[in-house]
Ligand binder design. Structure first.
Ligand code: SF4
Length: 296
């Protein structure tokens, strides 16, 4: 790669403006995260932000960048231990290490705390359902922990690639409600808002930032990944992005534009409380309790 166009040092990453060395690339990446936080009005003075912190590359970069940006907010981190044999133990060790290095209050919550079983136990007869069960229970665990830690937002490490994949997956599943965000409810009063500070940073840049700043340790892949629709969509969009750079940004921009033109449904669904666990829901049972009824 050519030299950094700002200082002439050896470049490590090529941006749209030109190649950058490790130091200027890190600054460029952090500025991009700060710009996204401002653009989507994510963090306010005095906020207590709970970072969903798996210990993997995206959330490690997220927590580090939020610390380095010196925002006028307090950061806490929560790691959810799903109970996945041969996978989670290593990432939890990495998460503990990073949180203590950054001096961030860190809590670990497990699926056994939430429902009495590990993900491996729940999926004994239906491993294909892994990501759907895992996602629903993880949301519940994270919400509870964030409430207990008195956070007023939950930050997750979803990057541009994740956001674009989710747009495509909604269409592949025919999930019009999610694709158009047409469900209108009083959920804002009942759920802790989610923010995604890396939503405009590509996975490639996020990994490069992690490598330049010695943040990443080799970690195993979740054994259930092979059942995930996201894996196929990631591969497919990755090829498209390589052949036609800017594809991921155009998908995210297009979705944002679509949602801004979409009228919100006039029917406002009043959320109630799940009969079993008391979490907010539009139904008798929340999504997590419905999943658990099917599996247990
Ligand atoms: Fe959970 Fe699926 Fe991710 Fe594994 S790949 S951690 S099962 S969401």
């Amino acid at each position: 790669m050519a030299d950094c166009y700002l200082c002439g040092e050896r470049a490590v990453f090529r941006t749209e403006d030109g190649p950058l060395c490790a130091k200027h690339f890190s600054k460029w990446y952090e500025d991009g995260v700060a710009a996204a936080i401002k653009r989507y009005d994510m963090i306010h003075a005095g906020d207590r932000v709970c970072v969903g912190f798996s210990g993997g590359k995206d959330s490690t970069v997220l927590l580090t960048v939020l610390c380095r940006l010196n925002l006028d907010c307090e950061l806490v981190a929560v790691t959810v231990d799903e109970g996945i044999g041969g996978y989670r133990d290593d990432t939890i060790l990495a998460a503990k290490d990073t949180a203590s290095r950054l001096g961030v209050e860190h809590r670990i919550v497990s699926f056994t705390d939430v429902c009495g079983k590990t993900l491996d136990e729940l999926l004994e007869n239906s491993p294909q359902a892994a990501c759907s069960v895992c996602g629903t229970l993880r949301r519940r665990a994270l919400n509870r922990a964030a409430r207990e830690m008195e956070a007023n937002s939950i930050a997750t490490g979803h990057c541009l690639d994740d956001e674009s994949q989710s747009v495509v997956m909604n269409y592949l599943r025919g999930d019009v409600t999610r694709a158009t965000a047409s469900f209108n409810s009083n959920s804002a009063e009942l759920f802790i808002p989610r923010i995604k500070p890396l939503c405009r940073s590509s996975e490639r840049a996020t990994v490069a930032y992690g490598l330049c700043n010695n943040l990443l340790v080799p970690l195993p892949e979740c054994p259930y990944t092979r059942y995930a629709l996201r894996k196929d969509v990631r591969t497919w969009l990755g090829k498209l992005e390589y052949a036609k750079p800017g594809t991921l940004t155009r998908i995210a921009d297009g979705q944002e534009e679509l949602l801004s033109r979409m009228p919100k449904s006039e029917v406002v669904t009043e959320l109630g409380r799940c009969e079993k666990c008391g979490e907010p829901t539009a139904n008798r049972l929340c999504a997590a309790c419905q999943q658990l009824e099917r599996l247990m």
